[in-house]
Design a protein around this ligand. Sequence first.
Ligand code: SAM
Ligand code: SF4
Length: 336
Amino acid sequence: MTNSPMTKLVDSWNREIDYLRIAVTDRCNLRCFYCMPAEGIDYLPKKELLSYEEIIRLATVFASLGIKKIRLTGGEPFLRKDFISLLRNLKGIAGIEAVHITTNGVLTAPYLDEMNEIGVDGVNLSLDSLNRENFHKITRRDEFDTVMKTLEGLTHRGFNTKINMVVMHGKNTHEVIDMAQLASDRNISVRFIEEMPFNGSEMAASQKNWSHTRILEELTKAFPSLKKLDSDPSNPATLYQVAGHLGNIGIIPAFSRTFCGACNRIRLTATGTIKNCLYDEGVLDIKSLLRSNKKDDELREILVATVQKREKDGFAAERNRKVDKNISESMSSIGG
Ligand code: SAM
Ligand code: SF4
C-alpha cells in the first residue's frame, strides 16, 4: 500500500499554512491600554474556553494537515492553570517541530527551568517601556521589575528571546532607541510593532503617526550602521543589524500589512474560533464542532475548506467584516 500524500492547508492564493497561534485564555493580569480597557473585558466563562484535551486534539489534527509551528498566547498564557502540562503535551505531537510562547513576563520567571527542560523553542516577551513609571502607565500595573527579571532569566538561560514593543505615539516613542540598545549586549531580537486597532473599545489607535517607515527612520538616525538582514519571507518582521550588536532589531508593519503576501499563519482564539487573518471576524466556530462528536477526518475536511476562503490580505479581511465594522475586539482574546 502506498502512503497518500499529506493533505495540506493551502489557501486559494497558494499560500501554505504551517503555523498555528493559539490563545489559551482571554484573561490577563495587565491592562495594556492598546489591548484592553482599564476595567478589563467581559471574560469568557471557563467552560467557553477550550479544554487542554480539546486544544491537544485540535493541534494533532492541525499537525496532520502540515502545521509545524505552534505559538501559545492569550491573554496571559501563564494565568491558565497547569500551563506547563499543555506545553509538554504539545511538544510531544508528531509533526510539531516548534512550540513558542508570547508572554507579558509577570508570572513566567518561576517556570523558566521547566520550559528549558521541555525544550520551548522561543519566547516573545512584551515590553513597552524601560522606565518603571512609564511601564506602569502603559500597562496600568506596577510589574516592571518582575518582567525585567524574566528578561534576564530568559537571556541567562540562552532562550531564543524576542522583545515585542508596541510603538505608540507620545507614549513610548522616546524609548525606541534605548529599547534597541537592549540587543547591543544580548543575543535577542528587539521588535517594534505598529499599533493596531484591537484595544477592546471604539477608541482609535494612533498608528498613523508611527508607521514602520517612521520607526526605521528613527533607528537609522541613531544607528547609521543599521543594515537590513535576510529573513524568511513569512516572518512579519523586517530584520536589521547594528554593527557590533550581539542581537538584532525587527520592525513589524502590523497595521500597514505589507507582509500578507507570504502569510503562513492561522489563529485559534480564546473563544474557540478560527481566524484566517488577524483582521477577519472569525471564520469558523471550531469549538462547537469539537463538542458535536465530529470525527477527526471531518474536522480536517472542514479546516481545509475554511483555509481556502482566506482573503488576499488584511485589508480585504477587514473590509469584509460584517458585524463589527469598527474593530472593537480586544487583542487579549485573539492572541496578537
Ligand atoms: N499577554 C501576552 C503578552 O502581552 O505578551 C500575550 C498576548 S498579547 C495579546 C500578544 C501580543 O500582542 C503582545 O506582544 C502585545 O504587545 C501585542 N498587542 C496587543 N494589542 C496590540 C495592539 N493593539 N497593537 C499591536 N500589538 C498588540
Ligand atoms: Fe495582557 Fe498582553 Fe493584552 Fe497586555 S498585551 S493586556 S499583557 S494580553
